[in-house]
Each structure stands twice: as structure tokens, then as C-alpha cells.
Design a protein around this ligand. Structure first.
Ligand code: BEZ
Length: 211
């Protein structure tokens, strides 16, 4: 069963490189990013995990825990992690789930049989503190993801959660935002003391509220 935006993120218990975890307990009140990669000892995955490790301080700063998954056993993850540290300039500093029996991959629909019967695709699930799924991404094995983009969309999601703004095309942190249509002009006066510019009644531009 595919997981859709707004669904509860399924809970599970898993063996990871940082010990056994219960997913929801491990998340606590934080945001989370659960991402799958097809296989240990593969080149694109090696670069992705190195980048995720280098960007971990940026995820921490946003109150976001990250966790990887592939359908390989724990010993394989632990051995491959040495290669990642050696070649990518960063040690893997977040848990990697060993999902050899594909239990979690199936739970999150990470195996797309018309792409591969055996390996997970590159899935990303961003999960909010309410344990609801806020974002999903699916990439093929051959295309490494852009982890800066994952941070960018987390910034957008967190702004929406806190300030009732949406973010326009190609938005970057610090750019102007859009007042969500559900907020009336009357309510916007109190919520957006910096004011706004109404390009159209439905397109109201306001400075990023937390800058
Ligand atoms: C990779 O991570 O390099 C990869 C994995 C599976 C298929 C193709 C590439």
C-alpha cells in the first residue's frame, strides 16, 4: 500500500548500526527523514550517505533526525561504513537500518517491482513531529538525490507549520513567502506585521516571517 501525504508514518522496530530502535520512540518530538538506498557497496549510495553525514549538523539545527535503510544485513552496513568514511570525508553519523527481510521496505512501499524485485528504490519520507508524512520523493537507483533540496523543503514545511506561509517556485531560505489562501486579509494583519503585497487577491507576498 503506497504511503501518501498526511498518512500516519508506519511505526516499526528495526536493527540499525546504532542498535535496535523503535521508530516512533526514536523520533520523539523531532522531525524525521527516512530514506532508502538500493544496496550496500554501490557507488551512488556511497556518495549519498557521505553527503548526508556531512549535512547532519544542518539537519540537527532544524530538529530533524535522519535514518537510512537498505535491504542488507547489519554486518554489511558496518563494513561498508568504513569505505564511506574513507572515500567521502565523513563518517556515517546517523543510524542505518538493516532490513534484510524487507519488512520495513514493504511497509513503506520502497520496492517497486517494475524497477527491481530485490532492491529498494531511492525513497524519502519527511515526517513531522505529529508522525504524519509531510513529503515523499522517489528516485531511481541511477540518480543520486540532492540532500540540499531535502533541507530546502524541510525549511518550507517548518515555515508553513509555524507561520501559515507557503513558499513559491524555486524559493530559498530568506526569500519572500506567500500567505496561504486559508488566512483572510483581516487575520493576515495580525499574523504578518511586516505587511504584504497583493499581486492578485489570491497571491499575497510577504517577507519571510522568521528573518
Ligand atoms: C548505486 O548506488 O550506485 C546504484 C545502485 C543500484 C543500481 C545502480 C546504481
Amino acid at each position: 500500500m503506497a504511503i501518501r501525504l498526511g498518512d500516519d508514518a508506519p511505526d516499526f522496530t528495526a536493527q540499525t548500526t546504532q542498535g535496535e530502535i523503535n521508530f516512533h520512540e526514536w523520533l520523539g518530538d523531532d522531525w524525521g527523514v527516512l530514506f532508502s538506498h538500493p544496496k550496500d557497496y554501490t557507488p551512488v549510495c556511497t556518495t549519498e550517505l557521505g553527503m548526508a553525514a556531512r549535512l547532519k549538523p544542518e539537519f540537527d539545527r532544524r530538529g530533524v533526525k535522519i535514518i537510512g535503510l537498505s535491504v542488507d544485513p547489519l554486518a554489511s552496513h558496518e563494513d561498508w561504513a568504513k569505505d564511506i568514511e574513507e572515500t567521502q570525508g565523513a563518517a556515517v553519523n546517523f543510524p542505518m537500518i538493516a532490513d534484510a527481510d524487507k519488512k520495513i521496505a514493504d511497509l513503506y512501499d520502497m520496492i517497486h517491482p517494475n524497477a527491481s524485485d530485490t532492491f529498494t528504490v531511492r525513497s524519502v519520507f519527511v515526517i513531522g513531529p505529529d508522525k504524519k508524512v509531510k513529503l515523499t520523493l522517489t528516485y531511481p537507483a541511477s540518480a543520486g538525490r540532492n540532500f540540499e533540496e531535502i533541507l530546502r523543503v524541510i525549511d518550507s514545511l517548518q515555515l508553513t507549520a509555524k507561520y501559515s506561509v507557503a513558499t513559491p517556485v524555486n524559493w530559498q531560505d530568506g526569500d519572500d513567502c506567500i500567505i496561504v489562501p486559508a488566512v483572510s486579509d483581516e487575520d493576515a494583519k495580525a499574523k504578518f506585521p511586516k505587511g504584504w503585497r497583493a499581486v492578485k487577491p489570491y497571491l499575497r507576498i510577504t517577507p519571510q516571517p522568521n528573518k
